[in-house]
Write a protein of this length. Structure first.
Length: 447
């Protein structure tokens, strides 16, 4: 049996179920055979499954949205490993608690030859010092670390710890998988709702699964709440129908964390959809953010940036409209500003695209930062004093308005950069006209 540093049965599988325990906790899978989803990790033949079956565990980090089975998988691994087990929540545990358990783990390995599995829930909440406390003990083989996180470990877990762990990505459960979990709960007399004699229409369970957004915990707990409201018929049976569920569940909670990965994933999807001239996708991702409660001014700022970065001079009106939409958003607020932002998204999706300005500035910034600060050519310098004129400040400067086509035969870059070309307009939209005008001016300057 796997032993806990605080007693047997670390995963809690043999612990009596207390009254009031939520359905999601009661139905937590105890073996891989009960585990639903994540076939890319735990299906027979997959690397993680082979390691679990062989008892050859390594430190790993489970990264995925809530309700996808991270904690359950850690418990199943612990139950199958034959190692001691200690579970922490990064919200409440500190270095003191970590060191105490590490001390016990070292004693156990030295005197009894057993390793310890450390499970850290929400490991992204550990600071660097807390994460570093694990490193020497992972390297020595005293402990195996299993971390669970909803945040991108590339940003939230320090590189030293990340390099010593294998990251496994868990995906949101499909609607079919969530429905299967709900059906199991309805049929289970010991841990589930079987004693309620509850029949559920498939379309009702499907609707409930869709509402849960791939989160089994949300789906199970909602099923429990809904079942408690149903009145048994004359035969003592209850029935969950779609109409009943629709009345109880008015609005689906959108999977969106304004401070987490999904925030950046969806704004990225919006940006790339508009860049690819897909107005429908742009509207969908815009709605996903607005309906989930995103600050509309944040979206407006990102769209103003898009107007210059991806449309630029191919259609300068895009920036004007973006500023107007930003002002409308600030003036109206939600929900009235949603159409102003939608109007902007559809216009920019249809507009000709050019990133020439974006690329040009990047090249100019590289030269400005990489090379030593090149002096301003003398002919471009002001000469308000006699001394400055004697030093040739402003000498040979040609006033553009006095020249044909208002272009003087004169370079305006430092001598070392005289032949640089940063801005290369495309042939799309208005930029094709700018390309012609700038080429004429360039030829005139270098005549």
């Amino acid at each position: 049996m796997t032993r806990s540093l605080f007693g047997d049965d670390p995963a809690g599988f043999a612990t009596p179920i207390l009254a009031g325990t939520p359905l999601a906790e009661r139905m937590r899978p105890r073996t891989l055979d009960e585990y639903v989803g994540q076939d890319q990790l735990v299906a027979p033949g997959q690397p993680l499954r082979r390691a679990i079956d062989a008892g050859a565990m390594h430190s790993l980090i489970l990264w995925g949205p809530p309700g996808t089975g991270k904690t359950t998988l850690a418990r199943v691994i612990a139950a199958a490993s034959g190692a001691d087990f200690a579970a922490f929540s990064a919200v409440t545990a500190g270095i003191k608690e970590i060191k105490e358990v590490i001390g016990v783990a070292e004693h156990t390995r030295r005197h009894q030859g057993r390793r310890t599995i450390f499970f850290v829930d929400e490991i992204h909440r550990f600071n660097k010092a807390q994460q570093d406390a694990f490193l020497p003990h992972i390297e020595s083989g005293t402990v195996v670390l299993i971390g669970a996180t909803t945040e991108n470990p590339s940003f939230e877990v320090n590189s030293a710890l990340l390099s010593r762990s294998k990251v496994y990505v868990l995906h949101p459960l499909t609607i079919e998988q969530v429905v299967l979990i709900l059906q199991r709960a309805l049929a289970d007399n010991d841990r589930g709702l079987g004693a309620l004699s509850l029949d559920a229409d498939l379309d009702a369970l499907t609707s409930l699964a869709r509402y849960a957004n791939g989160d089994a915990r949300v789906a199970l707990n909602l099923l429990e709440q809904v079942s408690a409201t149903l009145t048994p018929n004359a035969e003592g049976r209850r029935r969950l129908e779609l109409a009943v569920l629709t009345d109880l569940v008015e609005r689906r909670s959108l999977l969106y964390d304004k401070a987490g990965d999904e925030h950046y994933n969806i704004i990225s999807a919006l940006h790339k959809s508009i860049r690819n001239s897909d107005a429908d996708a742009g509207l969908y991702w815009l709605a996903r953010m607005l309906e989930a409660g995103e600050d509309p001014m944040y979206i407006a700022r990102r769209l103003v940036r898009f107007a210059s970065e991806d449309i630029g001079n191919a259609d300068p009106r895009a920036l004007q409209l973006a500023i107007a939409a930003k002002d409308a958003t600030h003036f109206l607020g939600m929900p009235e500003c949603n159409t102003a932002l939608a109007q902007l998204v559809t216009y920019m999706a249809a507009a000709p695209k050019s990133n020439a300005v974006y690329l040009a500035y990047g090249k100019a910034a590289t030269d400005a930062l990489r090379d030593e600060a090149a002096p301003v050519p003398l002919h471009l310098r002001n000469a308000p004093t006699k001394l400055m004129k004697e030093l040739d400040f402003g000498k040979d400067y040609k006033y553009a308005h006095d020249e044909p086509d208002a272009v003087a035969e004169m370079s305006c870059l430092p001598e070392a950069l005289a032949h640089r070309r940063y801005y290369k307009p495309t042939e799309r939209g208005l930029e094709s006209k700018l390309r012609e005008a700038l080429e004429r001016a360039r030829q005139r300057r270098t005549k």
